[in-house]
Structures are given as C-alpha cells and as structure tokens.
Design a protein around this ligand. Structure first.
Ligand SMILES: *Cc1c(COP(=O)(O)O)cnc(C)c1O
Length: 227
C-alpha cells in the first residue's frame, strides 16, 4: 500500500514540478517519520526514500541509530541544550529560528570542526503561535553570515498556516520563493542556496508549483499519527 501511495505522490510532485519548469528529480521528498513505526521506516527506505525527517530529538535518536545510512533532517523546534546532539545526528537542520540558536549551532559545530548545513525558518504569515524569523530579518542576518564560520546556509524553510483550502497559502509560497531568489542574487558568505523547504501533506502540490524543491511529507504517506 505504501508503495502505491508513494507512486501517486511522486506523480503529483512530477506534475507540480512541471508547472514550475522543473522535473521530479529536482525535488527532494523528505518522509516525516515522527511517531511512525520502525517497520514503516524500513519499508519506505526499501522503496528508495533516503531522506527522513524528525521533529523530536528523543524519538529520533533510536531511529537514527537503526538507520544511520539515511539522510536525516531535523524539522522540529530547537532547544539550546539539545543542539550538540542534534548536530551529531542530523545532516540538515531545517528549523533555525533565532540568532541565539544559530550562535549555539555555530559554537558546537566549531568544537567538532565541522560546517553544519542549516535552513533559516521564515514565519511567513507572522503567526504568533509559530517560530521563525520574520521575512525582513533574513537578509540582515545573512549580511552577518561571516560571524558564523561553521554554518552553511543551505536555504530557507517555511511552514505556513494549516488551512482548509491549500490554495490560500499560494501567496505565501510565492513570497518566500521571491525572497529565495533575491537572496540567491546576492553572494552572501556561506550561503549555498540549495533548498527551499516548503510543502507538507496539506499543500505540497501548491508549494512545488510555486518553487519549493523540498517537501516534508508525513500523514499522506503513513496515515494519521498516533497522538
Ligand atoms: C510534522 C511536520 C511535517 C509533516 O506534516 P504532515 O502534515 O504529516 O505532512 C512537516 N513539517 C514540519 C515542520 C512538521 O513538524
């Protein structure tokens, strides 16, 4: 069943990618495995998905140990005291949402003599309940990129409101894509501009058709999560 679901999703991604002049291979599908059983993770890996996303460190530790060959993405809210472990376990951190956390990641990465790939989370709808930088804060931050020698800025991440009609988020996706292009046009220190992470089960088709190249899919692959 997972196999058929995955095929359907890939097809939808392909169609959406074409709408923005790209192809399926330009888009990365991250399977969000929070509260998903080990058996299902095994299955999705056997189907060729190698990018996996987790939101909670405690839950992720065991899974990363079981599937160390996967490419692990941290997509949850970061706490300072967990940063050290997170940079050990995760290839890419999507959810960098404050200067404080960025400084902490830089410090810990320096100790390990590595460069940590991160995305800056943008709170595009300026929601009080959500984390992330406001749009106008992103460019000033990147102008100080040289203060963060052990960070590689791989791109941006956004998580717009959950709405009845995913089309309502289209303007937000457009806005972030414009910001991404604008940043790419500058040559900021340590800015790689590889990924624009937007789109979940609810709205990935819209996100990809508006320029996202990385989608984070949980429920649509694995079904509703247990609480
Ligand atoms: C849980 C989560 C997802 C996946 O959401 P689904 O609705 O299950 O596709 C994507 N992004 C973030 C940041 C999440 O926390």
């Amino acid at each position: 069943m997972l196999k058929e679901t995955l095929e359907e999703i890939k097809n939808k991604i392909k169609i959406s990618a074409l709408k923005s002049g790209r192809s399926y291979k330009d888009i990365i599908l991250v399977a969000v495995t929070k509260r998903v059983s080990v058996n299902k993770i095994k299955e999705i890996i056997s189907l060729g998905i190698n990018n996996l996303g987790e939101s909670y460190l405690q839950e992720a530790e065991e899974k990363v140990a079981l599937f160390p060959e996967a490419n692990w993405h941290f997509i949850g809210h970061l706490q300072k005291n967990k940063v050290k472990k997170i940079i050990d376990l995760f290839n890419l951190i999507h959810s960098v949402d404050s200067w404080e956390i960025l400084k902490k990641i830089n410090q810990e990465a320096e100790k390990k003599n590595k460069k940590q790939p991160v995305l800056l989370e943008v709170n595009i709808a300026r929601e009080r309940s959500k984390f992330g930088f406001f749009k106008k804060e992103v460019i000033p931050l990147l102008k100080s990129g040289a203060d963060f020698k052990n960070i590689s800025f791989y791109g941006l991440m956004a998580y717009p409101p959950l709405c009845q009609n995913p089309n309502d988020n289209r303007p937000y996706f457009k806005e972030i894509y414009q910001l991404f292009l604008e940043i790419n046009a500058y040559k900021f220190y340590n800015w790689e501009g590889k990924y624009l992470s937007m789109g979940t089960s609810n709205d990935f088709e819209i996100a990809v058709s508006e320029g996202s190249n990385l989608v984070r899919l949980g429920r649509i692959l694995f079904g509703e999560r247990n609480k």
